[in-house]
Ligand binder design. Sequence first.
Ligand SMILES: [Zn+2]
Length: 83
Amino acid sequence: MPTFHKLHVIEGTQPPATPDEEVRKRIRKTAKPPSMIQCHRCGGREVIETKIGMLLKDGKPTGGTKQLLCALCFMHGERVVLG
Ligand SMILES: [Zn+2]
């Protein structure tokens, strides 16, 4: 009779993934890592938020297209759109 050494397969060597961790993993896969907005002309990191084409509705400005301009370039009379 040959002797069989029974191998115990140990399952669950990885820590069990909790629902929270699963969600975080999914976000990490889909979301882009945040990156600093920086002016491509002067390297500045200060921005001004502007809006183009806003509507005055009931005395309140609404809508419009948001744009980010470099604050440093703007001070020098340059209009550098960052996004
Ligand atoms: Zn700039």
